[in-house]
Structures are given as C-alpha cells and as structure tokens.
Design a protein around this ligand. Structure first.
Ligand code: ADP
Ligand code: MG
Length: 242
C-alpha cells in the first residue's frame, strides 16, 4: 500500500490556442490505507484526475507521487495500481478462476502462487464455491465481485474506482457498496473512489475531495464537509438531492 500525493496537478486537453484546461492545480495528500472519495458534478474533471493517477492520461504540469515515486512518466502497468471501471468485462468463455488468474498468468506467476492468491481473494469476496462457473452462470452481483477479485489478486498499492456503481439497480448498488467497504476494511488498500452522488460519497468516504470546474473546493471528512462547507458551492452541492 502507499500514500498518494498530487502536487499542483494541471491538465489541458489539446495544445495551442484551442487548448481546454480542465484541471487547475489540484493538491491532495492521501494517507496510506485511506479511502478518499472524489465527488463533484458531471464534467468537473473527476475522471480526468483519476486517469492521470492511473497513467491513462498525461499530466500537463505538476507531479503525482505513489509512495516515494514520482510517476508522471511511469507506464500504467508499472504503477502498481488497479482501476475498477463502471463497465467491467469478464471473459465469457473462461471460468471465474481463470478470469481472476488471467492477469497473474501473463505476469509469469507460478501455478501455486496463482492458486493461493485467487483462493484468498475468493474467500474475501465469498466466491469460493463459484470458481468453476462461467460468467453466464452468475448473478450481476457475483460478476461484479469477480471483477473486483481480478483487481485484488494483483495485490496493488492502490485501488481507483470510477463510478463503479452508477449503472447498477438500487439493490445491487447497495450490495456492491457494502462489498467495497468490506474489502477496504479487510485489505486496507489506499483507495480513490469517484462519484457524482453526494450520498454515496458521504457513506463511503473517510475523507472526501469536493471538486468544481477542475478545482478542489474542499477536502475533509464527510462531517466537516456537511457541517462546515468551505464555500457556497459545497453547501449547495451537498444540500442538493443526488
Ligand atoms: P467528470 O468525470 O467529472 O464528469 P471529466 O474528467 O470526464 O469529468 O471531464 C472534464 C472536462 O474535460 C469536461 O469538460 C470534458 O468534456 C473534458 N474532456 C474529458 N475528456 C476529454 C478529452 N479526451 N478531450 C477533450 N476534452 C475532454
Ligand atoms: Mg467521469
């Protein structure tokens, strides 16, 4: 696990006079093992920020550190972090076990190492009895857990979530939210979770980073943000229905 540090991170899409600046100097220090939710209205730059941490988007200026290492020029696969997307895709022709093992096989782990990691993840996610099934034989919630299992077995330094709950129905959303909380309790992996939903942010966050138009409006505990909003924007946003 690792700390994450964003120092004056800026992002412009495009170059020259037509460039569009969407992130305007974001600073954030995230502690080892902390669960931070990035929340703000659609288009405020949440995904862009997360994608820069993941290495899927270049950083225009500033630095991003994972642990002691500045990762601006480090390839995504070398950053040791796992991203859980809104639209996960399992390999339909592979068993649950093979779906979880796939990323480890291509990284050259031995069969016993792979077995141990998949079994440990399956235990935490309550997938042990389902390891031989195909994705088509699973419920939506079970598939979601396999997708998380694939991320866990890599033993990443950090988890990045980009609105993983927003396409789910209410029941599955509540279920998956509990699953994510349980995962964080058991593994304590540093996590950055993006959502536009204030209620989701309030329930999941240890600290929340409230964004507006590419800037940080407030970075604090849910209690601080709710009881002592730092700006009219935060007060309005937290007070508004999701
Ligand atoms: P959020 O995730 O908070 O909805 P995004 O990070 O997706 O916001 O987008 C922030 C801003 O950057 C928006 O104005 C969006 O239109 C713009 N944007 C996102 N991706 C690109 C891109 N690849 N090229 C140009 N503009 C982009
Ligand atoms: Mg987004």
């Amino acid at each position: 696990m690792a700390t994450l540090a964003l120092n004056q991170v800026k992002k412009s899409y495009g170059i020259g006079p037509g460039a569009l600046q969407v992130i305007h100097g974001v600073d954030a220090q995230i502690a080892d093992g902390e669960f931070v939710v990035i929340v703000g209205p659609s288009g405020c730059g949440k995904s862009t920020l997360l994608r820069m941490v993941a290495g899927l988007e270049s950083i225009t200026s500033g630095t991003i550190q994972i642990g002691e290492r500045v990762v601006n020029n480090v390839q995504p696969a070398e950053r040791d972090i796992a991203m859980v997307f809104q639209n996960y895709a399992l390999y339909p022709h592979m068993s649950v076990f093979d779906n979880m093992a796939y990323g480890l096989r291509i990284r050259g782990l031995t069969a016993p190492q792979i077995r141990a990691r998949v079994d440990a993840a399956a235990r935490i996610l309550e997938l042990a009895p389902l390891l031989e099934r195909k994705p088509s034989q699973l419920s939506g919630g079970q598939r979601q857990r396999v997708a998380m299992g694939r991320a866990i077995v890599r033993q990443p330094q950090a988890f990045l979530f980009d609105e993983p709950l927003s396409n789910l129905d209410a029941k599955l959303r509540a279920q998956t939210r509990l699953e994510i909380q349980k995962l964080h309790r058991e593994l304590g992996i540093t996590s950055l979770f993006v959502t536009h939903d204030q209620v989701e942010a309030m329930t999941l966050a240890q600290r929340m980073l409230v964004m507006n138009a590419g800037r940080v409006e407030q970075f604090g505990t849910p209690e601080e943000v709710y009881e002592r909003p730092a700006s009219l924007f935060v007060a309005g946003f937290m007070g508004a229905p999701p």
